[in-house]
Structures are given as structure tokens and as C-alpha cells.
Design a protein around this ligand. Structure first.
Ligand SMILES: *Cc1c(COP(=O)(O)O)cnc(C)c1O
Length: 409
């Protein structure tokens, strides 16, 4: 697949440096290519999607419809409607015991946009932001759009992609202004241990770092119920922490575009200024739907988890059977991230697989399997499969994957 970001020049207009420094989201690009091939009649099995394969729950859809019918279709307050900010604050209190006032909440056009507002409000030239890799594809580019510098910390599968204190110390400098945490992680599904969070908390306290914690998958976890969280490890860090979350994953609402941030009042106010001069407010209708999600019954993510678990078990068993694609068992989210580097250097019809991009290309062309190359997540030895797809697709897909690997010589 074309992971390049060169554009075809059909006019003399010169683009800004800013846009030349970043690339389009590779996951969205693979998904678009898979969908196009499928529309053209190819029997593509799509493992590239980063969204639940569930419909938005009915009570949430109805709240959206009702908002339209009642004419709730005008501009709203920039940071989101007050009842949604209150609802989010109450959710954070009930689920985690954290105290946030509505003025400490911003509702944005999806979680990604919340991160964008945050980066624009917090970071600038000369600032370094620590990003543990494998990372979510958008972190480095959003930091770069703020003219700041992403600094990538390597995590290893040997340590279950946990963060180690000595790695943290090695990459921190005087210019470090913040760190982005994502637990459970997209793409690895790993969660940070208590020890890792303790080490991060200690460094952050010492150096005054901003901690951005992307909790978008916090309702989709497998196994032991309690997920260690930096704010529970070190509650005193609350005034230098920003919590990023939203309804995209937990309520299967990716297309509605509602995310939210909780943090110190002056940071939220700065983010509101950015939002007021860019998107004005998230969709009024989507906010009403999100209100139903955050204030209504909370069993939907549990239902999803119940569907995801057998799929995860099946994939892990299928990978184990292949034998040489080791995979750390995810503890949350809906992705597996096997190490496929045993196949690097092998070839098919004279074409050598040199890395994850070539392997993902090969799988798409020869096995009609859409996956996302690890390179997109800063980890070239891996590829990502989403299991937010049906059991039939997973069974057939794992068969095709095993056969395709066997054909490489
Ligand atoms: C999906 C996702 C988000 C948020 O996505 P939105 O669709 O913008 O709400 C944030 N972080 C990670 C790691 C994600 O996978």
C-alpha cells in the first residue's frame, strides 16, 4: 500500500511546511483501500478497522433522532452543552472517584480532536513530548502540528510493552514538557503496570511534566477488572494531568465524533479558545446522543467485551499454531499485534519482504487480507489485526494468514 504522502502537483500553489512534515493517518488509509477493493468486488477480509463492529446502542441513536426532531440543531456552547459536561464529570466520579467540575471538561469533535486541541494549547517549538512506541498513529503527527518534537521511547515485547524507568530516564531531557500514555494501548492492547506508572509519576512530579492519559479503551479490558491508572497511583498529579476519553469506542460511536478532555481549568479554557476559533463546537445532535451514552445504562461496553473475548482467544490460538509469530496477549482494546519479523528476508515471486509495509502489502495482494503494518505505529517488526470483526471473518482470515506465510520462501 502507498504509505507515502507525496501529493500530485496540479497547480502552482505552494503548501505550508507544516503539512509537508506530517503524513495522513495510515490506519484510515489502509481502511479506505480495503473498502475500495471490496467495493470493486474483491473478497477482502478487513482486519484494519479501528472501530467496534457494533451499531450504536438504540437508546443513544434515539437521543440523536430526538435532538433533530426537537430542533436541537444550532450552535452550542464552545466546550459542549452544560448537561454533557456535567454528565462526563459525574461519569468520572462514579467510575473512578475523580472530582472534576464541568468547567474542567471540554467536549470535542472526537477524542483525536481533543488531543489536537490539547497539543495546540500546551506545546510549541522547542518542546519535547515523550511518546512510548508502539504508539497510536496520530500522536507524533499531532505533536508535530503543534511545532513541538515527538520523542519516541521504545517499549519491548519481552516486557509486555510496559514502560521501564530506565528507558524513561534515558529519553527525558530538559526540554521534555509532557508524556502521552495510552493504556490499554492501541495497537498492543497492553496496560501499564503499577511499577511503570509509579516511575512515570515520580519523574513527572520531579520535572513538572504534563501527563496526557488517553483512556479511550478503559472500558474494554480482559481479565482482572482493575486497571492501574496514573491518577490513582499519584492523585496529587491531578493538576498536571489531562484525561482524554470519549464515546467512540465504548459506545460504538466513531462516526458521531464526540470525545472529551478533563483537566485543569486554565488548560481547558485555553483548549476552548482553540476550539472557538476552529470548530466552534461539536455537533449539537451528536452531543445529545453522547449525553444518553454517558448518563444512561453502562452495560453496552460489557456486551461488546463478551463478544470480543472468544474472538481474541481464537486469534491467540491461531497465532500460537503458526508458531513463529509471537504475540503478547492484549489485556484490553480489540487488536492483536504479532511479531512477524521471522518472515522478513523471505520472498514471493522474486519480491522480498523487507519489513511490515511489504508484508502488509503482500497479505493484501496475495491473501486479500487488510492489516496495518507495525511501521505505522513505530514498530516495524509487527503487524496489527483488529478483531472488531465477525468470528467467520476471523476464522477464514487466520487460515489465509497462515497459508500466506507458508508460501513465502
Ligand atoms: C480511536 C482512538 C481515539 C479516539 O478516536 P476518536 O474517533 O477521535 O474519538 C483516541 N486514541 C486512541 C488510541 C484510539 O485508538
Amino acid at each position: 500500500m502507498d504509505m507515502s504522502h507525496g501529493s500530485i502537483m496540479d497547480s502552482k500553489i505552494v503548501l505550508a511546511d507544516r503539512v509537508l512534515r506530517i503524513k495522513p493517518s495510515p490506519t484510515l488509509a489502509v481502511n479506505a483501500k480495503a473498502k475500495a477493493l471490496k467495493a470493486a468486488g474483491a473478497d477482502i477480509l478487513n482486519f484494519s478497522v479501528g472501530e467496534p463492529d457494533f451499531d450504536t446502542p438504540e437508546h443513544v441513536r434515539n437521543a440523536g433522532k430526538q435532538a433533530i426532531d426537537e430542533g436541537f440543531t444550532r450552535y452550542t456552547a464552545v466546550p459542549g452543552i452544560p448537561e454533557l459536561r456535567e454528565g462526563v464529570a459525574r461519569r468520572l466520579q462514579i467510575d473512578h472517584g475523580w472530582d472534576y467540575s464541568p468547567e474542567q471538561i471540554q467536549v470535542s469533535c472526537g477524542g483525536k480532536h481533543g488531543l489536537y486541541n490539547m497539543a495546540q494549547a500546551l506545546f510549541g517549538p522547542g518542546d519535547e513530548v515523550l511518546i512510548p512506541a508502539p504508539y497510536w498513529v496520530s500522536y507524533p503527527d499531532i505533536i508535530q502540528l503543534a511545532a513541538a518534537t515527538p520523542v519516541i521511547l521504545p517499549l519491548t515485547e519481552e516486557k509486555d510493552f510496559d514502560l521501564e524507568a530506565d528507558v524513561l530516564a534515558r529519553y527525558a531531557t530538559e526540554r521534555t514538557k509532557g508524556i502521552i500514555l495510552n493504556s490499554p494501548s492501541n495497537p498492543t492492547g497492553s496496560v501499564y503496570s503499577l511499577e511503570a506508572l509509579t516511575a512515570i509519576a515520580q519523574m513527572a512530579k520531579e520535572k513538572g511534566w504534563v501527563i496526557i492519559t488517553d483512556d479511550i479503551y478503559d472500558t474494554i479490558t480482559y481479565g482482572d477488572a482493575s486497571l492501574p491508572h496514573i491518577l490513582n497511583v499519584a492523585p496529587e498529579l491531578k493538576d498536571q494531568t489531562l484525561i482524554l476519553n470519549g464515546v467512540s469506542k465504548s459506545f460504538a460511536m466513531t462516526g458521531w465524533r464526540i470525545g472529551y478532555t478533563a483537566g485543569p481549568k486554565h488548560v481547558i479554557a485555553a483548549m476552548n479558545k482553540i476550539q472557538s476559533q476552529s470548530t466552534s463546537n461539536p455537533s449539537s445532535v451528536a452531543q445529545k446522543a453522547a449525553l444518553a451514552a454517558v448518563t444512561g445504562p453502562q452495560d453496552f461496553p460489557i456486551t461488546m467485551k463478551k463478544a470480543f473475548l472468544p474472538r481474541l482467544d481464537f486469534i491467540m490460538a491461531a497465532l500460537a499454531e503458526i508458531g513463529d509469530v509471537p504475540c503478547v496477549r492484549p489485556r484490553g482494546a480489540f487488536y492483536v499485534f504479532p511479531n512477524v519479523s521471522a518472515y522478513f528476508g523471505r520472498s514471493f515471486k522474486g519480491k522480498t519482504i523487507t519489513g511490515s509495509v511489504e508484508l502488509a502489502d503482500y497479505l493484501l495482494d496475495e491473501a486479500l487480507l487488510a492489516t496495518v503494518p507495525g511501521a505505522a505505529f513505530g514498530a516495524d517488526r509487527f503487524i496489527r489485526f483488529s478483531f472488531a470483526t465477525s468470528m467467520e471473518v476471523i476464522e477464514e482470515g487466520m487460515k489465509r494468514f497462515a497459508e500466506a506465510l507458508k508460501r513465502l520462501e
